[in-house]
Design a protein around this ligand. Sequence first.
Ligand code: HXC
Length: 513
Amino acid sequence: MSNTEEKYRLFEEKNKIAELGGGQDRIDKQHAAGRKTARERIDLLFDPGTFVELDKFVTHRATDFDLEKTKFLGDGVVSGYGKIDGRLMYVFAQDFTVFGGSLSRANADKIIKVMDLAMKMGAPVIGLNDSGGARIQEGVESLAGYADIFYRNVMSSGVIPQISAILGPCAGGAVYSPAITDFIMMVKESSYMFVTGPDVIKTVTHEEVTKEELGGAMTHNSKSGVAHLTADDDEQAMMMIRELMSFLPSNNLEDPPFKMSSDDVNREDKKLNDLIPDDPNKPYDMKELILSVIDDKHFFEIMPFFAQNMIIGFARLGGKPVGIVANQPAMLAGVLDIDASTKAARFVRFCDAFNIPLITLEDVPGFLPGTAQEFGGIIKHGAKLLYAFAEATVPKITLITRKAYGGAYDVMSSKHIGADLNFAYPSAEIAVMGSAGAVNIIHRTKLGDQTFIDSAIEDYKNNFASPYKAAQMGYIDEIIYPKDTRKKLIQALEMTQNKSKTNPAKKHGNIPL
Ligand code: HXC
């Protein structure tokens, strides 16, 4: 074997060692737990053959606890760049087979390198998290590594999309970095997020809780609202991230990617004329409306299990990505509560940061009354949604399908807080409150006289429980037939596509956090 051949052989051998991570036994354990390895996940995520790995031969530099005797090439994270649908993306994938994917100074530097490159090149970062957090043996060096990552997460926020998948048991920094990113995907029954695990909780608070109950996918997708998406397995998680990226621009200076559709932009749907029930207290499914008007019924819903009285998600109209924010009358009558407000507010801010027009579909009886909401700070949390809609400078198009009562009328992207086009169906009711409630208050002394009350309710309905008063004032630009919704929304998007609006120069606003 020539000298050169020997060098190539050594190189090949090192590559193979690096690709084995923590070794075959640990890889088998990972597979037995129903999880893929870091490299397998990256292969599923990127277009075939596009992944370029960086820092494959990095090792840790720690010497405490005899750590110098245990080194793995790559040191527990696989990082680099590749393509999704031909577009550049950066990735880091923690390798649980090496020290439980924990963060060392050396592997933090690898993550930082891709984050810095992503900012320079204006491309998204996808973090595939599978890590026990800071590498305990490295102490403050590891904590410093996390803080360096958090800092970059914050600096990148609103500049490039940052997506996190949680694909194993993640603790400490491995959950705080994702928390700063835009979307968190979890895998059912194989991924967990917690700041402190069940054992610590048992010691400190004597509570007994399983890993799944404490920080499983459904806990964070339906109870805490920490996570936004769920997948059945790693493979589906990677496919869903690919789909999510198809709606997003690569950075805040780009428009989101246009995708041609054969769905006719003028398509009518006569069924929509019968969607809104005559009885204002009868629910209907707002998703039927969404699916009917968007391109090819393709709706990518975000947080589908959390605060289901509010629907948020991405779709396309005439090929252009939009963010949809919609009250769901089929759940709690579509009322605005703390969870619905914070869910929608963050989504509105994401769309605004990344030039994604907002379509608001409104049917809301107001804010949810009650001590639980008041003590929980509905004033502050509801204000977040108001703030988010008001500061958003992307095209904002609102359609009132039925109720737009009280403060919720103002909040849900009303004309007054900057919506560009406000539509209403003939069935819209724009008023301070419902007719019965209003009459109960303004005619309190005559409540015994049912005939009077009935006629007062009818009067109120005719005067206020319609879109005409608002249309007279110019607060509603156009009253439309439901069957024409798709065409009207697409026309509105076209009309607003060159919108140029900036808010007053400031360091940043002070959203009521
Ligand atoms: C070093 C770690 C590690 C860590 C796991 N390992 N976490 N090594 N530092 N943080 C190692 C284990 O020793 C083990 O090595 C291997 O990874 C697999 O771990 P297991 O415990 O066998 O796996 P499992 O039972 O699935 O449990 C996973 C786990 C648990 C839930 C993540 O390991 C765990 O609780 N780890 C500690 C979590 C933690 O407290 N991290 C510090 C957070 S503080 P061997 O060689 O035996 O296979 C932090 C600060 C950031 O992150 C700042 C936040 C704001």
